[in-house]
Ligand binder design. Structure first.
Ligand code: FES
Ligand SMILES: [Fe+2]
Length: 362
């Protein structure tokens, strides 16, 4: 007897997948691109990255125009990339320079491969996902990375989840007291005021009335202090940011830039900057261990979420007013997938599109 995999429920065939293009996404960390070409994926598309003889990074579509072999299977030679199959050689602009069996140089433009804009900054290599039109904005710049008053910790993880589910998870407050019980908060709940502000390219939620956290990380940040300022923010196309201040002296900002490798696989590049002078010497290993435990719990639960969605052939989401940011992240992604929304680094003077006030027990 063959197993019937059809569930008894009606499939919704609804998936929170909106491919926001063209945008800058992180392709890889600078330190991961050395002398060999590497393959990276963004929105189900493979790219090959390599460095020329001056060390400048380039990105091409990872498909040799001759017989479709991935160029990433080839090698770098004289600052160019050479296909592993018949040896066609390309420069960083994607021009085919040589077809060995034709005895020498190639000038036929039809043999070229698509090249994509690249920007290398702050230890990351960003790729703009349009080979035809130059980018009309800059990639995101991490604030405070070079500020000596802060220590920085970076963290990378892959999730078996959509970009939307991963971004929502990073910014979802209610699950921290439940899934991560004891790590952020001590188990007690508090009634907080929420203020959601929507802008053209982002949405943020401000939480007020929050006591200093009593969990492990809360103690590290300095429990006992009051005046907690807490913002969670999503910025198009894929940035999830948690900003937490306790009093004037302590500040934690965790900015996660997400790269959708495919519809159901998302890579997270997190940069955490922390201002806690007293703890500087040993906060790094503790915070890294903390991140490992928290991210493992999130990865496991998101994997189960995706498996269930796929098993039931679609999502069936029930939103409440405490699902503060998820629905608005989805709206932003949907909009950006249909019309490119220009992302601004600084929105200080911009008028919000809408403000919604509420309460949450967290
Ligand atoms: S497939 Fe690349 S050179 Fe033939
Ligand atoms: Fe979490």
């Amino acid at each position: 007897m063959t197993e019937n995999k059809q569930s008894l429920t009606s499939p919704t065939q609804r998936y929170s997948i909106h491919r926001a293009l063209p945008y800058w996404y992180i392709a890889c960390k600078s330190k991961n691109l050395r002398r060999k070409p590497i393959q990276v994926w963004i929105w189900n598309t493979p790219f090959v990255l390599f460095r020329n003889s001056q060390g400048v990074a380039h990105a091409l579509l990872d498909r040799c125009p001759h017989r479709n072999v991935p160029l990433s299977a080839g090698r770098c030679i004289d600052g160019h990339i050479q296909c592993a199959y018949h040896g066609w050689k390309y420069n960083g602009k994607g021009d085919c320079l040589e077809v060995p069996a034709l005895h020498g140089a190639s000038t036929n433009k039809k043999r070229s491969v698509e090249a994509f804009p690249i920007k290398e900054q702050q230890g990351y290599i960003w790729l703009f996902t349009d080979s035809k039109n130059p980018p009309n904005h800059e990639p995101y710049t991490f604030e405070r990375l070079d500020n000596p008053a802060y220590i920085s910790i970076d963290y990378q993880a892959d999730f078996d989840a959509t970009l939307h589910a991963t971004a929502e998870n990073i910014l979802d407050v209610p699950h921290t007291a439940f899934l991560h019980r004891g790590l952020f908060r001590g188990g007690e709940t508090n009634l907080l005021d929420t203020k959601i502000t929507r802008y053209l390219d982002r949405v943020e939620c401000e939480f007020t009335g929050e006591p200093a956290p009593s969990g492990v990380m809360g103690k590290l940040l300095g429990a006992g202090a009051n005046q907690v300022s807490h913002f969670d923010r999503f910025i198009l196309p894929s940035i999830a940011q948690v900003d937490y201040r306790i009093g004037d002296a302590r500040h934690l900002n965790a900015t996660s830039v997400l790269t959708p490798l495919s519809d159901f696989k998302t890579r997270m590049y997190t940069s955490v900057t922390v201002k806690v002078s007293k703890w500087v010497s040993f906060i790094k290993p503790i915070a890294t261990l903390f991140a490992y435990i928290v991210v493992k719990q999130d990865k496991d639960i998101l994997k189960k979420q995706v498996e269930a969605i796929q098993h039931f052939s679609g999502e069936s989401y029930m939103n409440t007013e405490v699902d503060c940011l998820g629905p608005f992240i989805l709206r932003l992604l949907k909009k950006a997938a249909n019309e490119q929304v220009i992302v601004k680094q600084d929105v200080g003077d911009e008028d919000p599109e809408k403000v919604i006030s509420g309460k949450i027990l967290a």
